[in-house]
Design a protein around this ligand. Structure first.
Ligand code: ATP
Ligand code: MG
Length: 262
């Protein structure tokens, strides 16, 4: 079955006005993502990457243009419908993990499930399954402070995956990690993308991270200056998984991990 883009944005404009400062954070941005694709968004600090994620996922309102997710125009949805949709179909991973410090790994992952209306029993089983998936089956009772940075980020990924979202948005998911933990987290995200056919849009400053994705979208000063070229054989093109994630296929050398854009 041939399907359209899972994320589609056209002519999106977003302007922040605070006191006397006006910032055009997104200028006439058009953007599409194919189901199952793993896209990296790169660009200098302040170029609009986080704004793009927030506007595409409906976390933040746009001033003009259109955003559709799975064929549904976000502006036609009520706030409640949009929140429900986000809770059931989208997962979010942030640079700072954002785990609740007084809850165990298990409880952090259970939380979105309970909030989505699942019984405690279902939440418990599903959270344990997701923690297993990210390799933390033996750390379920640990508090965040009792975990390494990479482990905390893996808990955050398990939490983002709790509801089996169609789309996972990640804003610099390896930004706080050393290179070893960063590559473990990226290997995990790539594996999840390949095995579970979920769509990933991730913001990164790291050329090494960009190099393992299917496509790199580049932003500068509120505009998409390059929508990138989908790598043939990427997840989006593969009917039954097994797509390789050979790095460097679209020109970025994995040997050059940082683009030092900050
Ligand atoms: N809430 C806000 N109010 C006013 N201006 C904002 C707000 N959020 C972002 N901006 C401005 O919008 C522009 C884009 O910000 P954004 O956070 O999207 O950049 P970014 O590419 O994610 O940067 P970084 O790599 O540093 O995270 C910046 O110039 C920023 O100062
Ligand atoms: Mg940002």
């Amino acid at each position: 079955m041939r399907s359209g883009p899972i994320i589609s944005a056209s002519g999106v404009t977003k302007t922040y006005r605070s006191r006397d400062v006006v910032v055009e954070a997104l200028k006439n941005v058009s953007f599409e993502v194919t189901p199952g694709e793993m896209v990296a968004v790169m660009g200098p600090s302040g170029s609009g990457k986080t704004t793009l994620l927030n506007c595409m996922s409906g976390l933040d309102a746009i001033d003009s243009g259109d955003v559709s997710i799975a064929g549904q125009l976000l502006r036609t949805m009520s706030d409640d419908a949009l929140s429900d949709y986000r809770a059931s179909s989208m997962g979010f991973v942030f640079q700072a993990y954002n785990l609740l410090p007084v809850l165990s790994a298990q409880e952090n992952v259970e939380l979105p499930l309970v909030l989505a209306g699942h019984s405690q029993k279902v939440a418990r089983a599903r959270a344990a399954e997701k923690l297993d998936l990210v390799g933390l089956g033996d750390r379920t009772d640990h508090l965040p402070a009792e975990l390494s940075g990479g482990q905390q980020q893996r808990v955050a990924i398990a939490r983002a995956l709790a509801n089996d979202p169609a789309i996972v948005w990640a804003d610099e998911p390896t930004g706080n990690l050393d290179s070893t933990n960063a590559s473990e987290v990226m290997d995990l995200l790539v594996r999840l993308n390949k095995e579970h056919r979920q769509t990933f849009v991730l913001v990164t400053h790291s050329g090494a991270v960009g190099a393992v994705t299917d496509r790199i979208v580049r932003m500068s000063d509120g505009e998409i200056i390059d929508n990138g070229t989908a790598r043939s054989g990427g997840a989006a093109d593969s009917a039954s998984g097994g797509a390789s994630a050979s790095p460097g296929a679209h020109g970025d050398s994995p040997g050059n991990p940082d683009e030092s854009e900050n």
